[in-house]
Design a protein around this ligand. Sequence first.
Ligand SMILES: *Cc1c(COP(=O)(O)O)cnc(C)c1O
Length: 418
Amino acid sequence: MSDSEEFKIDLAKKMDSTDPLSHFKGRFFTPGDSIYLNGNSLGLLSKDAATTLLRVLDEWKNLGVQGWGIGENPWFYQAEKLGEKAASLVGAKPEEVVATGTTTVNLHSLVSTFYQPTEEKNKILADELNFPTDIYALQSQVKLKKLDPAKHLKLVKSDDGKFLDESKIKRMITKDVALVILPSVLFRSGQLLDIESITENAHKKEILIGWDCSHSVGVVPHKFDDWGVDFAFWCSYKYLNAGPGASAFIYVNEKHFEKDAALTGWFGDVKEKQFEMNLNFEQSRSAGGWQISSPAILGSAALEGSLDLIIQAGIENIRDKSLKMTSYLIYLIDNLLTEEPYNFKLATPRLPNQRGGHIALEHEEATTIHEQLMEYNIIHDFRPPNFLRFTPSPLSNSYEDIWTLVDSLRIIIDEKNG
Ligand SMILES: *Cc1c(COP(=O)(O)O)cnc(C)c1O
């Protein structure tokens, strides 16, 4: 190891030793002895989340059906209580957020409510870099209205397959658009869109806008109310660490509470009269009005502990550490991995306010490098054709993990060149 390399590992150790969030790492279970850098696909289990999950199992064991109504945490109110906790992460009022359904289903429910095409305004504007499930869902939503996705679903194109040009998005928000649906963070490159300014642009033209924040809630603070966002939805198994397939969330701005949900079910009923079981649906005038079925009590049990942990750490502190971590990773990439023979290319915006929580690297031999990194027990992901994604999670990773990643990438290339 040369002096400058020592400086780099020392720097990591120094940052860990002064990091106010470093003690949270011990509250997570890390699989095997791995370096886990895949929190943007599936966040890790914390002891806090395991505790609430096991508590709910006990409630089922000890209370049976009475768990809905009695005990310290009656299941009947779980979705709203989790909504209240999550509201503090996204700048919303408690009644504007509810834990319900799953991301794609929530997209369907919200878009079928908010997409009301007219003679003049009948298109949905989305983008070609969004997670494919969102686009599949939007295509079918357009078809449900007896319109043609080829004509009525406009997709903002990317020039390089990585980034979206925000001024182009704004130019494409034209009078014929009824609804805009965009992701907060692009899942490949990690580009964070300016939610506030794009929302403002859509509203100037009197167009509704909804955001898929699956790749940002839990690592980037949001201010939905201040920004006037119409609605949003997000999953909770990425940066919210609530477990595979955990209940997702919806946000509906209170200005829309009087709108009728397009897909109704008994859990959207006014809570006080839901169990009267008559045939007159009376929609709860809250985000809860968009619930359809019985909440997945077990599927959201881990969320409680996990949200408490995130709230305790503080979403602003989490963002602060996340940016320090991704900046450190970029610094190491620039210094150690971009030149011959390494040839990695940063595929994430350099400006901190344009980044979400992960870093993407491009490499011509990404497939083999991915396999070798897995042999080094560095858990990350590979997105064809040539993207490697790494998420240093502020609560469950250290700066030293980042150093180990970069050092391993370097060794992999060195060994290949023998
Ligand atoms: C993770 C993610 C999803 C996942 O959808 P599911 O319905 O939970 O499978 C959807 N959209 C985006 C943008 C995501 O990041």
